[in-house]
Design a protein around this ligand. Structure first.
Ligand code: MG
Length: 373
């Protein structure tokens, strides 16, 4: 691994696993983490969990699985250019959404509201809980026993009250130190992926139009470039070429700006990274354009009445499931009744958060539909 920068995470400077294991043969520690994530149950469920569009709205929209794969692709390309640990970035990006509820952000917000009296619900924290506790695959430990750096990357945010309960991995939220560059990069890869695929899915669904998007500078700039190069191009290919070149611009800008930040801060070790402010970032111009695009997506896509209707149904479904289980624990499947005895409402949150969109819809029917079988 001599091609890695001196400030990259390596097996040598890693803080290791909670339960000590023998070193893997034929693959790196972080490849082992990635492999465990891909083989997990929570990873397979991502196929049927929503980003913006509920699963049954159409087969071509991103799900959390395809989103995670896109984030991993973007993250790995940039990691290689920055000489960071590509395997670690891959592991973090593939795992970053494992704790998401069904129905995307609407589901997460609803479950958080339901859990207010019981400590709340944070999807980042839940992703960590999945890999630390909930996966049941190994004889010697609960969860996947991932390396510290993978867990650190998965835990993007944590409220101080939660961070205090997390041990090592929560410390940076209390003393305001920075995570590895790999973790910082995974974050940006996520943002680059979802802003761009929301543009693509928004156009595909007809909820957004090219004309609307021409008011957004990063889109109109790239659209004009593509039209100049291919004057006859229209429709899906025009969209794809535009989105593709936006992703390229962002990845290139992020790489160049981050190299500059690392150089200016005179970073030469992983310890320097932890002590410095965040170093992975976009240039100020591109950052401004990203904020403009995000605002546009908020106003025109996430607040589009058809998306608001999906979100409203999602909220209703989660709230009603939670309220029913909480009022009568005997409605829960037996294993969760047993968990409830120790974990109380967290067991209900684990059950609901683990559901796919369609499982939640079916469970809703099983509980509330009065119909002849
Ligand atoms: Mg994501």
């Amino acid at each position: 691994m001599s091609s890695l920068a001196p400030y990259a995470v390596t097996a040598g400077n890693s803080r290791g696993r909670l339960v000590t294991e023998t070193a893997p043969v034929g693959r790196s520690e972080f490849q082992r983490d990635r492999d465990r994530i891909i083989h997990s149950t929570a990873f397979r469920r991502l196929e049927y969990k929503t980003q913006v569009f509920v699963n049954h709205e159409g087969d071509l929209f991103r799900t959390r699985l395809t989103h995670s794969l896109e984030v991993a692709q973007i993250g790995r390309s940039i990691a290689r250019n920055l000489q960071l640990n590509e395997d670690l970035v891959e592991a973090i990006t593939l795992a970053h959404d494992l704790g998401h509820t069904p129905f995307g952000h609407a589901g997460q917000d609803a479950l958080n509201d339901c859990m207010q009296e019981y400590g709340g619900f944070e999807h980042n924290l839940q992703s960590l809980r999945v890999v630390d506790v909930l996966e049941e695959r190994y004889a010697a430990f609960d969860g996947l026993n991932l390396c510290f750096e993978t867990r650190e990357g998965i835990l993007k945010h944590a409220a101080k009250k939660n961070a205090r309960k997390l041990g090592d991995v929560g410390v940076r939220f209390l003393n305001n130190t920075s995570p590895s560059l790999e973790a910082q990069l995974a974050n940006f890869a996520d943002e680059i992926a979802y802003n761009n695929h929301d543009v693509d899915d928004g156009l595909r669904s007809g909820l957004l139009t090219h004309e609307q998007l021409e008011a957004v500078s990063i889109f109109s700039r790239h659209l004009a470039q593509i039209k100049q190069r291919y004057p006859a191009l229209t429709g899906r290919r025009l969209t794809h070429e535009t989105v593709r070149s936006m992703i390229n611009t962002l990845a290139t800008d992020l790489t160049q700006q981050s190299i500059l930040n690392i150089k200016n801060a005179k970073i030469s070790s992983l310890a320097d990274v932890h002590a410095a402010p965040l170093l992975i970032g976009l240039s100020s111009q591109i950052k401004k354009e990203q904020q403009e695009l995000k605002k546009f997506l908020r106003d025109h896509l996430y607040q589009h009445y058809r998306v608001v209707r999906m979100s409203s149904k999602a909220r209703h479904t989660i709230e009603r499931l939670f309220a029913s289980f909480n009022a009568n624990v005997k409605l829960l499947p037996t294993q969760y009744q047993i968990k409830f005895q120790q974990e109380e409402q967290q067991a209900i949150a684990d059950y609901i958060a683990g559901m796919t969109d369609r499982y939640a819809i079916r469970e809703y029917r099983r509980l509330f539909a009065i119909e002849l079988a």
